[in-house]
Design a protein around this ligand. Structure first.
Ligand code: GTP
Ligand code: MG
Length: 316
């Protein structure tokens, strides 16, 4: 049996191995990925974002359990905020998602490494592979990097933004950025003091922001540890899915998202491929020396480096 057949037959070990090959940049694995991608596009992809420590992992695990109870075949992709592959953080995610793990929900953690959207470069591939396994509901946890997470939308059909009563006015802007991308907002840790105020404040802010597609963003109180509010959240997730489908928006959203993702991936790969050539080039060494000496500013230096490289590369 081929790897693809194995995965289509539900073999999670084969799926995990293929995800690892993609993470490691093994381009031979793209053949298998291409087949799985061509069959993907029907699973409901749910993104979970929010500030550090807001309860994203715990809530993603609980939501997965709730969706599984409702008959969905669920997978989770968690993102490790560290730029190195920190095994400790991976273990932390497992702890937070114990219930989901006990239910044999497929969970994969990935290292972020500064990819846009607060997820890993291989996150989309992991989703195509999970869909190949038969997952029809895939939950992605992002690292909650605020503005950077705005791009999370391009991998997800529904984005859940989590806040907690612990965050004050000082992060209004951060909040606004995250709030903008949330299709659903959760006020987690509702067992903590100030939950009612947070609910009210966020509710007012949400009412002020209108969505062009007429979707009204619900604000849902929850306690991810106990699971309180998770049923309401699952209802909202389903309503959002039906709302996109009902309006026939799904295909155009998918197309828009894929194009944005393609651009992000291209940027990332392009830089990986050429950064070594640039930093090893004499013009880079020369100009960085001058910047360090204070004889030229960094802006002019970058301008000169690019002009020189462009001339050189196009004349070849
Ligand atoms: N009191 C209370 N604590 C919670 C709740 N949900 C999560 N926590 C706790 O908050 C802490 C952080 O939870 P995580 O799920 O790891 O949060 P996270 O947003 O994934 O964290 P990072 O990925 O590190 O940004 C843990 O100690 C959780 O047990 C809740 O509803 N109430
Ligand atoms: Mg987490």
């Amino acid at each position: 049996m081929s790897v693809v057949d194995d995965i289509l037959g539900g073999n999670e070990k084969s799926a995990a191995r293929l995800i690892t090959r993609i993470e490691n940049g093994d381009t031979d694995a793209y053949r298998e990925l291409a087949v799985l991608f061509s069959r993907s596009g029907n699973a409901h992809i749910i993104g979970v974002t929010g500030p550090a420590g807001a309860g994203k992992s715990t809530l993603a695990g609980r939501l997965a359990e709730e969706m599984a109870r409702r008959g969905k075949n669920v997978g989770i992709i968690a993102t490790d905020p560290s730029s190195l592959s920190g095994k400790g953080a991976f273990l932390g995610d497992r702890l937070r998602m114990k219930g989901a793990e006990e239910r044999n929900i497929f969970i994969r953690s990935m290292a972020h490494r500064a990819f846009p959207g607060g997820v890993a470069k291989a996150t989309a591939a992991a989703a195509y592979i999970m869909e190949g396994l038969g997952k029809d509901c895939i939950i992605m946890e992002s690292i909650g990097a605020g503005q950077a997470d705005k791009d999370l939308f391009f991998l997800c059909d529904t984005v859940i933004t989590i806040f907690t009563p612990e965050y004050g006015d000082d992060i209004q802007l951060f909040k606004a950025g995250l709030m903008e991308i949330g299709d659903i907002i959760v006020v987690n840790k509702s067992d903590k003091p100030g939950a009612d105020d947070a609910l009210r404040e966020i509710g007012i802010a949400v009412d002020r922001s209108t969505r062009s597609n007429g979707w009204h963003v619900p604000v849902i109180p929850a306690e991810a540890v106990s699971g309180a509010g998770l049923s309401d959240l699952a209802d909202a997730v389903e309503s959002h899915r039906l709302s996109i489908e009902g309006k026939g928006e799904a295909p155009s959203r998918k197309a828009e998202h894929l194009e944005a993702f393609l651009t992000a991936l291209l940027k990332e790969e392009l830089w990986q491929r050429i950064s070594g050539r640039i930093t090893a080039h004499d013009v880079f060494k020369e100009l960085s020396h001058e910047v360090l000496n204070g004889t030229i500013d960094p802006y002019s230096a970058v301008h000169i480096i690019l002009e020189r490289l462009e001339r050189e590369w196009t004349s070849h």
